[in-house]
Design a protein around this ligand. Structure first.
Ligand code: GLY
Length: 379
């Protein structure tokens, strides 16, 4: 249990975990081996394993199950997590639709499995994924290409989270190439995606021959120059992860500057994160997934700064999680999805305006387990 929490906060965190685990156990019981994404009418209806096996979020349910296995030792979670990992093999074999998010897909499944059980086939899957990610590195511009088709020059802030896979591959094999690629990409993100005021662009389109910036489009945020909150959260946690693996202070400083920007913005909305911090006041769109990811990043930063600096990150993470638990969590065990009010993109059309999303539940679980000091550092 994190010592910075008072008795009431500790009891709150324990009770949240009790409810969370009870609900996930119920979801396991009714979901079979589905790969979930967004529930509809209170249930995960679609199976992403059938619909789109290469979809970037397909590792998060497995990751959530490995977190619960690590925290409770219950075999149910191990068995269910293993099936998620096995199902992803088809996307490795098919190859074509995979993109830079192989980090999100295999860190949370195969690498988590390997770290906890030493399973060799999981190591092999992790290394296949790491080699795919390394193969997307553009040596002319020093960045990892994000998406496919004609998007040869596109890099996006989200990729900072995928770098874990490369750091893991170097730590595991002793081959420095993987981490070197990760650091070069992180340096390019600092130079081209991070802004001087601590906010971030989502996308930078670079000239793939020279690495020069050609444009900085809005991506999933409100508009050009805006501050998509999940992108800010990816930067908070992503730069902190690069610091955790390299010890290079410039990454911690970058993580802190985006964290300060994030905290300033949530402080004016009662610690409930808007979908974009630079969007019109109306309509009000939240994105709980940004808050859950940022809370993990803030707690990671707190672990690396001197004593007197810690409260800013610890107390902000706690306030964020408490506010989201009070306003956004759905504890009805008959409905799938815990953290409501997620948003896929600012301009998302159709039914999925404010919904639970699987990665919101993953990061919320990781954050609560961090408070209880029972988390697995998957990154
Ligand atoms: N990585 C895509 C997203 O955050 O929606």
């Amino acid at each position: 249990m994190k010592e910075f929490m008072n008795e009431a906060d500790q009891a709150w965190a324990q009770e949240v975990f009790r409810k969370l685990e009870a609900k996930i156990e119920k979801e396991c019981g009714r979901m079979g081996d589905k790969i979930p994404y967004i529930p509809e009418n209170g249930r995960y209806q679609e199976d992403l394993g059938e619909k789109d096996i290469a979809w970037w979020t397909n590792g998060f349910w497995g990751g959530l199950l490995w977190q619960l296995y690590h925290a409770t030792g219950k075999d149910l979670y191990l068995q269910k997590a293993r099936r998620q990992e096995e199902r992803l093999d088809r996307s490795l074999e098919e190859y074509e639709n995979l993109y830079h998010d192989v980090g999100f897909m295999w860190m949370h499944t195969a690498v988590a499995d390997y770290r906890l059980t030493g399973e060799h086939s999981s190591f092999v899957r992790g290394m296949h994924a790491a080699n795919l990610l390394a193969g997307r590195f553009n040596v002319l511009g020093n960045y990892i290409r994000a998406w496919n088709e004609d998007k040869t020059g596109w890099m996006i802030v989200d990729c900072l989270m995928n770098l874990s896979l490369l750091y893991w591959a170097t730590e595991e094999t002793g081959d420095p190439r993987f981490a070197a690629i990760a650091k070069r990409h992180a340096d390019t993100a600092m130079a081209k995606v991070l802004r001087p005021d601590g906010s971030c662009n989502h996308i930078a389109i670079l000239n793939p021959e020279t690495g020069e910036v050609e444009s900085l489009p809005a991506g999933q945020g409100y508009g050009e120059g805006s501050a998509w909150s999940r992108g800010q959260a990816w930067a908070v946690y992503g730069f902190a992860i690069s610091y955790a693996h390299t010890g290079d202070k410039k990454y911690l400083d970058a993580a802190k500057s985006v964290a300060h920007y994030f905290i300033s913005n949530i402080a004016i909305t009662g610690f409930l994160p808007l979908c974009d911090f630079r969007a019109p006041m109306e309509p009000v769109y939240y994105d709980s997934t940004a808050g859950a990811c940022a809370a993990c990043g803030l707690l990671e930063i707190a672990g690396h700064v001197p004593e007197l600096e810690k409260p800013l990150y610890e107390q902000s993470a706690l306030k964020l999680l408490k506010a989201m638990e009070e306003h956004f969590c759905n504890w009805n065990e008959e409905e799938d999805g815990i953290l409501t009010m997620g948003k896929v993109a600012y301009h998302e059309r159709g039914e999925r305006q404010q919904v639970p999303i699987i990665y919101g539940d993953y990061f919320f679980t990781e954050a609560i387990l961090r408070l209880l000091e029972k988390d697995l550092f998957i990154w």
